[in-house]
Design a protein around this ligand. Sequence first.
Ligand SMILES: N[C@@H](CCC(=O)N[C@@H](CS)C(=O)NCC(=O)O)C(=O)O
Length: 220
Amino acid sequence: MFRSGTPLFLPMLKIYAVPISLYCAKLRIVLRHKQLDWEEVPPPGGYGSDEYRQRVPAGNLPALEHDGLLIADSEAIAEYLNEEFPVPDMLPGNPGQRAHIRSLSRFHDTRLEPAVRALFPHIAAPDSEPDELNRLWSVLKLRLHQIDGLLPVEPSILTLGDCGLPITATWIDALTHHFKFEPIINTTFQNYLRQLQQHDAVSTELKDYRPRLNKWLASQ
Ligand SMILES: N[C@@H](CCC(=O)N[C@@H](CS)C(=O)NCC(=O)O)C(=O)O
C-alpha cells in the first residue's frame, strides 16, 4: 500500500555506522520503530578517516544518505525521518509537548551522554587515576539526578526523546560493573527504562547491543 503521491521506487536509506556506536544504536531504534528498511555500512576509509571526512565534513557517526541528501547528527536524522516517514509520529502533541520531547533529547545528547563519554579514557586503565574517575562518576550521578524531572511518566508512545536513553543506560550499567562502582540508576529511571522495553524497537536493539558492548568492554 502506497501513500498517495508516493513514488513506486523508494530510495534506500543508507546509514554510515559502526556497530558499537551509541548514537548509531539510538538511530536504529528510530528506524526499527518506524519499520523502515535501511542499509548500514561502515564509514568509507574507516572511522575518523580523511576519506569519510570528504564525504561527511563533520566526520561523525551516524550519517544518513537518502534521496540525494546527506545528513549527519543522530537527532537531525531522527527529525528528518520523522517528517519523511510520519507514521508512527515520534514527535507528537502540541508545541509545548514537542518542546518537552526535544528538551529530553537535547539533555541526553549534550549533558548525559557526554558525562558517560568522559569516562572512556579510563576504560583501559580503571585504576590509574582514581580521583579523576571518582570526580567524573559524580558528574554522571548529578546528570542522572537532573534527568529525573524530564522523564515522561507514562512512555506509552515512543518519542524521539526516548531513543538515546536506553542505550546510554546500557553503557552506564556496563561501566558500573567495569569500574566496580555501586549502581547509580535510581528507581524512577529504572521504571522508565522497563516501560521503554515494552517497545519492540527498544527491546530488539538492546538484545543485539548489550552483548556487543560487553564484548567490546572486555576486549579493552
Ligand atoms: N551529537 C552527535 C554525536 C555523534 C557522535 O559523537 N558520534 C561518535 C560515535 S558514537 C563519533 O562519530 N565520534 C567521532 C567524531 O565526532 O569525530 C549525534 O547525535 O550524532
